[in-house]
Design a protein around this ligand. Structure first.
Ligand SMILES: [Zn+2]
Length: 340
């Protein structure tokens, strides 16, 4: 029923006159969006359908938004300046190669793209550690559990495919909070239990961008900023670990790109995923803006805009959900800023 109502809302919102109404009525000056995956070459079900993406961008433009450049917009925000026109900023996290399939669509709409790279993913040229975990679990025959592997104890619920996936996500949540050695110990243990090799090489749907592709995207106007080296939750790692992650990621971006962007995206991006220590490390590294995944920070309201906590929201997988999210954001802004 909920899905049908959403579909109905989506059909109504697709109408050009409704879109114009939304554009005129809302008080949203900035929607800062975050993507991860595109297309359906992997089995996670979290890739953005390219036709829906095309339609979503068209709807945003029709609703009166302009597509802004992340660097310029975020730097303006850091100085307390909201864009003077309703603006959508598009960012993509991690550095999956499937971004290449979406670039022509963003270009067609004149939408600048900024990518935050987990640089070890590109250096290693193998699936990201969480994809390795899910790939090993999907190939295992059952009864998978870990007993104090680097401090991680976990056992999988193997009843249904959904249970299995959920168990995998629970394990990933635990592993996110550890540094590289624990992470690889877990992956090795899973490979041993399942009798499978650790997924390596350029697996279709799980591959990173190559650094050459990064440089060729730069020539098309795409910009790249750091997102740590191996993508741990910063607040869960020690001082040396956080320093290594931030500085290595930033130096790899500076070594490999022509226009390195000193804007950082916190892995996970939730309010508890980073600390004041991380902000100090970013400042020391010469990075002057950082983005979160906390939509509250997109509102032009108190608390004052903080250059190290600029908010983003995940670009919803479904077009209908995007429309509802944008409307919801507009409502919350009207609540904070009643019309004169
Ligand atoms: Zn990420």
């Amino acid at each position: 029923m909920k899905a049908q109502l959403k579909e109905l809302a989506s059909i109504i919102l697709r109408s050009p006159s409704i879109a114009r109404f939304v554009g005129q009525r809302r008080r949203i000056m900035l929607v800062s969006l975050c993507f991860h995956r595109f297309g359906d070459q992997h089995d996670n079900g979290d890739g953005h359908d390219l036709d829906e993406l095309d339609e979503s961008l068209r709807w945003l433009a029709r609703s009166g938004f302009v597509f802004g450049d992340a660097s310029e917009t975020y730097r303006g925000l850091a100085r307390g300046r909201f864009p003077d026109r309703p603006t959508v900023v598009v960012t993509v996290d991690d550095g999956y190669a499937d971004l290449l399939s979406a670039i022509p669509i963003f270009s067609r709409h004149g939408c600048p793209v900024t990518v935050f790279l987990a640089t070890d993913f590109l250096d290693r040229r193998a699936p990201l550690w969480w994809d390795q975990i899910q790939l090993l679990l999907s190939g295992a025959s059952g009864g998978v559990s870990l007993d104090d592997v680097g401090g991680i104890t976990w056992s999988a619920n193997w009843d249904t495919v959904a249970d299995r996936r959920r168990s995998g996500e629970e394990l990933i949540e635990l592993v996110k909070r550890s540094l590289e050695p624990t992470r690889y110990a877990v992956i090795e243990a899973l490979a041993q239990i399942s009798g499978l090799p650790v997924p390596a090489g350029q697996l279709s749907g799980y591959a990173p961008l190559a650094w050459d592709e990064v440089r060729s995207l730069e020539r098309e106007g795409v910009r790249f900023g750091p997102h740590t080296h191996t993508h741990p939750i910063l607040s869960a790692v020690d001082d040396a670990g956080a320093r290594y992650e931030i500085f290595t990621s930033w130096s790899r971006i500076r070594e490999e790109t022509r226009y390195p962007l000193p804007v950082f995206a916190y892995p996970d991006g939730t309010p508890w995923s980073y600390t004041v220590r991380d902000r100090l490390l970013l400042q020391e590294a010469g990075i002057d803006v950082a983005v979160t995944m906390d939509a509250r920070w997109m509102l032009p309201s108190a608390p004052p805009i903080d250059a190290y906590q600029i908010g983003r929201m995940a670009f919803p997988l479904r077009f209908a959900d995007l429309q509802l999210s944008v409307l919801r954001l507009g409502r919350s802004l009207r609540h904070r800023h009643p019309s004169p």
